[in-house]
Write a protein that binds this ligand. Sequence first.
Ligand code: AMP
Length: 429
Amino acid sequence: MRLLVVGGGGREHALAWALRRENPDADLYCAPGNPGTADLATNLPIAADDVDRLADAADMHGIDLTIVGPEVPLARGLADRLRAEGRAVFGPDAAAAQLEASKAFAKEVMAAAAIPTAVSRTFQELKPALAYVDRHPEPLVVKASGLAAGKGAVVCLRRAEAAGTVRSMLGDRAFGDAGATVVIEAYLEGEEISVLAVTDGREVEILPVSQDHKRLLEGDAGPNTGGMGAYSPVAVATPELLERTRREVLYPALEEMQRRRTPFTGVLYAGLMVDRRGTPWVVEFNCRLGDPETQVVLPLVSGGLTESFWRVARGESVTPIARRRDAASVTTVLASRGYPEAPEKGAAIHIPASLPHGVTVFHAGTTRGADGVLRVNGGRVLNVTAVAPTFAEAQRLSREASETINFEGRIFRRDIGWREAARQAAPAV
Ligand code: AMP
């Protein structure tokens, strides 16, 4: 089997790692991959959003199955293109990827399918948007509708801040075309979880549930980032909650996409806010695996991933994906000083030759120069994932291993999983 993973971040390293584990003899390619995937696969020097060259590469290498990591190539029609050429591809086509690429569209789908989500309105004109902000209760959330690398949602405590955000998006085009349409919505309270469901368009196979940490600093302070760490499983995600998520969120969304004749296949990622009553409210839909969630979710998968991807990619039914129930995982993101605005690049990275049992380092923003030295090449540099029998042990292992990996300007959160730790310290009565 010839497999191609599209993307070059920590998510794609984890994907390549999981695929390699299930398929020791496969020909595995990554485009563009990173120094981590280079140990498992053949990296192809093609940008993840270069649809034409990716299609050519799939042809040239006779790829049987392409798995697309990031959202941008999906929104640009990479899956449509490969399918049109008769190739199996795991990921939605461009019309279905609108569930992520247009928050305005996602809100329409949710309204039509009566999916629990924050009340919202969509605007393209400044004046009515400001008038809506003016009568909206605080806090409120202003979102650029288009793709903004996870940075297009601004939670505003005050209407004045929301008005400023609306002006910068619609007036000054601070987010370019992504902010030409804005969604203004009510603030949801609760605990956020990431539900990743592999789907053939009708049935779903829910992967281990995880929780991301979006803020840069410990205690969930500081600016929003692409994600500073994650853990799985999450105690909040009880079997009852997942059953409600299936019935009230995933099935209705998939049915509505069918009804619109743009069936969704691939990974439907529901970002949920779980309120005190245990109702799952949708914060966002994504059309692919999460980053850094994948780096904790896939290490807990014990079989059936490739088979499920392969079947879904060929229009067949999704098959069971086995998981480890005897383990927990935690990943800590090592970022570079200046992240998320202007991360420093170029520092040499030192990873100990041997890491503790259960620890895997997934590369993200790294590069290996002609001198063979591994160097910092992006904001999120490495993901230090630990798998252990208990959450507490995984948390400790991830944190301790992170301390032993060094580069100038290294920053990381030492409190990944703090909510779970607090829950375990004081179990609910
Ligand atoms: P999004 O780009 O829609 O995923 O939003 C990014 C982050 O902003 C989410 O992960 C939440 O932490 C936060 N957020 C977005 N919408 C809401 C909302 N309606 N209520 C509370 N927090 C939100």
